[in-house]
Design a protein around this ligand. Structure first.
Ligand SMILES: Nc1ncnc2c1ncn2[C@@H]1O[C@H](COP(=O)(O)OP(=O)(O)OP(=O)(O)O)[C@@H](O)[C@H]1O
Length: 590
């Protein structure tokens, strides 16, 4: 996921995510600089106070004004810190919201296979938790880092102006501290990557456990699955503990050594005073500067670790954003004038293994086309390629004679309604779930689609009718009910091409008859492509394509294929004998 496809820098991405809120960040930096300036001013005033005192000045009013100026500087510095931090917080929330939006938008444009391969747990972890974890660092990094870097810099310059020897000596503990911090960074990338892998494994184990809870319970595998989750949690904890143990040693040295600038400044300063090469006033000032320079540096060092983590998270997010998309133009080159579907020498494989090896199909506009074949032969894969969920590896798919890769996704989507086996319903009302077919549809149109698809009666029997919220993935409804709602959704869309990946699970006679009747209404005058498992439903189809081992083995009408005495005939005989023994019935699509 970290592979970069273009050379766009993180800064360019940040500016893009900031959009029109850039000014907020710029002001945040400006205020942070002003904060530093007002924090440093007291040191110059204190220097002057010490010099005056040691020179014998006794005018109280002068000292009073200087004390007031110091107090005022602190107040103003705090005000600028507040302004800088609140602006950077606002800008950070804009950035985080835009990162999430960009990642979610992107998921709709990449091939479905990529989303499935990476896993919903991993995506959720990146888009929710890991992006969230950047909030504090990102919001504080501008003010704290600016002052943590700039304030010591100004003080060191001032230090050099007073006494370059002590200024150099002051660096000795600081350099030792920096070296210890560098020690902390040894193997950092590797440890952090390892922690990411372990966290992903934990997330995936949790998602798998929750999603599979039904199967786990039914087959009494709760303990085994829970063990997998516990193992992932333990490995994650071990990895963090080991990493922290290593970091703690170096961090301890860093935090112990860095603040002790006085270890060198005090003895050498005293020696310089004694040999007359440093005045008393300058010596006191050097002590103050040596003390003042370390606090902001230590704060800044604390951020180095967080900034490295942020860099890794940005890498992951950018990995998603730069993942290859389905090859589609922003605007369609040409729009189809009719709605035939054609596959020309299509090859395709999930990962390395090719599953379709040169598939040719012609489905004229307004015809019923059935795709049949043994399990695993490639039927659903063909449907998903036509539905543009993946891109073909070779050959082409044409709608109305136009390659679908020349159509903008929006234009393409308008023309296709895909009813898959998953029948995913969102955790929303029944009304909104159906309206997903066409966002602009009125309530009356939604209700009409529900009536046409045979859902109306059971929806009205639900506790709140159309306002009933169906659980995540439609969990509160039966499989047959979910399928009827997806058909209503497709009906509302009223697309000229309908792909129906026929589910085999809901074969009780009542449901099947309703589903077949509603499908017959859905597809009137449309180009229908149906993946059929029950051959009795497609005997009247205009074209039947028999797929075997990723190629079209036979094609033609029902009688023609029976007369061929080939695979189809074999499948039909098997089907008849199963149907007879189960006394199966059912309406046909055409
Ligand atoms: N997401 C995936 N990743 C890897 N391989 C896959 C994936 N989906 C399907 N396959 C493989 O591709 C081949 C064709 O699968 P496909 O689902 O298209 O068959 P099918 O004819 O629709 O089967 P069924 O009738 O059982 O639904 C099978 O070998 C299957 O294991």
């Amino acid at each position: 996921m970290k592979e970069r496809k273009n050379n766009k820098s993180v800064i360019s991405y940040l500016l893009e995510w900031l959009g029109t809120d850039r000014l907020r960040f710029i002001y945040s930096v400006l205020f942070a600089i002003l904060n530093v300036a007002f924090k440093v001013i007291p040191y110059f005033i204190i220097g002057d106070v010490i010099r005056r005192l040691l020179a014998g000045e006794r005018e109280k009013n002068i000292f009073l004004v200087q004390i007031l100026l110091i107090a005022l500087s602190f107040v103003i510095a705090e005000l600028f810190r507040y302004l800088s931090t609140s602006l950077s917080h606002k800008a950070t929330f804009v950035i985080l919201a835009n990162i999430r939006k960009a990642a979610c938008d992107k998921l709709a444009r990449v091939p479905l296979g990529y989303v499935k391969d990476v896993g919903s747990g991993t995506f959720k972890n990146i888009i929710v938790e890991r992006i969230d974890s950047m909030e504090t660092t990102m919001a504080h990094v501008v003010p704290e880092f600016t002052s943590g870097l700039l304030a010591p810099l100004i003080m060191v310059v001032y230090f050099f102006c007073i006494d370059w020897r002590l200024a150099l000596l002051e660096f000795v503990p600081m350099i030792a501290g920096l070296l210890a911090m560098a020690g902390m960074m040894i193997g950092y990338e590797e440890s952090f990557q390892n922690s990411i892998i372990k966290t992903k494994a934990l997330n995936d184990a949790a998602v798998e456990y929750i999603n599979g809870i039904e199967v786990i319970k039914a087959f009494g595998k709760a303990e085994k699955s829970y063990d997998k989750f516990v193992k992932a949690a333990r490995e994650g904890a071990d990895c963090f503990i080991e990493w922290m143990r290593r970091c703690n040693i170096w961090q301890g040295i860093t935090l112990t050594v860095t603040p002790y600038t006085l270890l060198t400044v005090l003895p050498f300063g005293a020696w310089f005073v004694m040999n007359g090469s440093l005045s008393h006033a300058d010596f006191v000032m050097c002590i103050l500067l040596a003390l003042g320079v370390t606090a902001p540096l230590t704060t800044m060092m604390g951020y180095v670790d967080d900034i490295s983590k942020m860099g890794t998270i940005f890498g992951e997010v950018i990995g998603i954003l730069e993942h290859e998309e389905l090859k589609r133009p922003v605007r369609s080159v040409k729009k189809p004038e009719e709605y035939s579907v054609e596959l020309r020498d299509v090859t395709f494989g999930y990962h390395e293994k090719e599953v379709l090896h040169g598939v040719d199909m012609k489905m004229p506009q307004g015809t019923v086309n059935a795709i049949v074949g043994p399990s695993g032969s490639g039927k659903s894969t063909i449907a998903k390629l036509i539905a543009s969920m993946w891109d073909v590896s070779g050959g082409s798919i044409l709608i109305g004679g136009i390659d679908i890769r020349e159509l903008a996704l929006a234009d393409y989507n308008r023309n296709i309604a895909y009813v898959s086996q998953d029948n995913y319903l969102f955790d929303d009302t029944v009304m909104e779930n159906i309206r997903m077919g066409r966002q602009s549809a009125s309530d009356d149109e939604v209700i009409q689609a529900a009536k046409d698809s045979g859902c109306y009666e059971f929806i009205m029997r639900l506790e709140h009718g159309f306002s009933t919220v169906v659980g995540g993935a439609g969990g509160h409804l039966s499989g047959g009910e979910r399928q009827r709602i997806s058909i209503a959704r497709a009906m509302l869309k009223n697309a000229p091409i309908v792909i129906l990946d026929e589910a085999t699970a809901y074969t009780d006679p009542e449901n099947e008859a309703v589903i077949q009747a509603s499908v017959a209404k859905l597809v009137q005058g449309k180009t229908l492509i149906v993946i059929a498992h029950r051959l009795s439903t497609i005997t009247d189809a205009d074209n039947i394509f028999v797929i075997k081992d990723g190629v079209v083995a036979e094609q033609g009408g029902h009688s023609e294929l029976l007369a061929n005495n080939g695979i189809y005939r074999q499948m039909w005989e098997n089907h008849i004998s199963v149907r007879d023994s189960a006394q199966e019935g059912g309406a046909a699509y055409a």
